[in-house]
Design a binder for this molecule. Structure first.
Ligand code: BDR
Ligand code: CA
Length: 315
């Protein structure tokens, strides 16, 4: 079977970086048409640079990386240096990457690529605030014909919020974009905190990753060793949730996840609960079923997959 065509839209972020590694480790399954970057965990200047660094580390300076929106559709930007460090990818040393930044704006790239693609052939994978994709859909809703599926990291039901008491970071930063994406009418598989909080980067798991013994695995272990600090203190857990790689893991091994089709609605007005995702898991409303909500994952299987894929990069 031909590899599935994907566009990854991200804001690295250590966990975005691991999602990129996972995607680049699977050329038989995934053809990465481009990586678009957005302001999120850190400002756009850093997310695009960090993405290009990860392509260098993975030995893929041929990847096409685009810079997109530098702030949310309607709100002011919120960043998360307190989790990811000032670089966004603290844990690895910053360098000037060889992977070039494409001149085209990420939103133009998304629109042009989808316009040129055949019906239902491209999967969008947002792992940051969904500003680029929301803007592209708003500009040209016809592009949705080319979308096979959207696999997002964004939202929470049982876990509550991580950046506010009731909102997950990616949706909180740009709830208006998330609302467009989740209601776009194409199939959406949504990874929220309910599932990402089940894949903790425990000491043993990070040690297994380091044991792989190549450049990409070392960078992953280095970043995760930094990344876990904030969350282990906050949650009293043994490791940090590895949010964004859940998206790519689902594309590679959907059998590792349990999902339910239901409605997800985004709160865009309330000051108190802005960015909350109201997931109608028990179908108590007659709102349209717009997402496949992911609620459970085989965490051991997830880390087995990650270790196996990181080993793909060689010794
Ligand atoms: C999401 O927010 C960011 O901090 C992570 O990269 C992830 O995409 C989790 O809420
Ligand atoms: Ca992210």
């Amino acid at each position: 079977m031909a590899p599935r065509k994907v566009i990854i839209d991200c804001d690295p972020g250590q966990d975005d970086a691991v999602a990129l590694f996972l995607a680049m480790s699977a050329p038989d399954e995934l053809e990465v048409l481009g990586v678009t970057t957005v302001a999120g965990n850190v400002p756009l200047e850093l997310t695009q640079r960090n993405t290009r660094m990860m392509c260098d580390i993975a030995g893929r300076p041929d990847m096409r990386v685009y810079a997109g929106c530098d702030k949310p559709m309607q709100l002011e930007a919120i960043t998360a240096e307190y989790i990811h460090g000032n670089t966004g990818i603290d844990g690895v040393d910053v360098f000037d990457p060889e992977t070039p930044l494409q001149e085209t704006h990420a939103v133009d790239f998304i629109v042009e690529t989808l316009r040129a693609a055949e019906e239902g052939t491209v999967t969008l994978v947002p792992t940051g605030p969904m500003t680029n994709i929301g803007t592209a859909i708003k500009r040209d809703p016809g592009i949705l014909d080319a979308v096979d599926r959207i696999v997002s990291m964004g939202g929470a039901m049982r876990e509550g919020g991580n950046r506010s008491p009731s909102a997950e970071f990616n949706v909180l930063v740009d709830p208006h974009a998330a609302e467009i994406v989740y209601n776009c009418g194409r199939p959406v598989t949504a990874m929220g905190l309910d599932v990402t909080h089940q894949v903790l980067s425990t000491r043993e798991r990070v040690a297994r990753i380091r044991g792989v013994g190549n450049k990409v695995a070392d960078a992953t272990a280095d970043m995760l060793s930094f990344f876990h600090r904030y969350d282990t203190k906050k949650y009293g857990s043994e490791g940090a949730p590895l949010h964004d790689p859940c998206t790519v893991a689902w594309l590679l091994r959907p059998d590792l996840f349990e999902t339910k089709v239901c409605n997800l609605s985004v709160e865009t007005t309330s000051e108190l609960t802005l960015g909350h995702t109201a997931v109608d898991f028990w179908h108590v409303t007659d709102r349209p079923h717009n997402v496949e909500w992911t609620y459970a994952v085989d965490a051991e299987g997830f880390y087995d997959l990650l270790v196996e894929r990181l080993a793909w990069f060689g010794g």
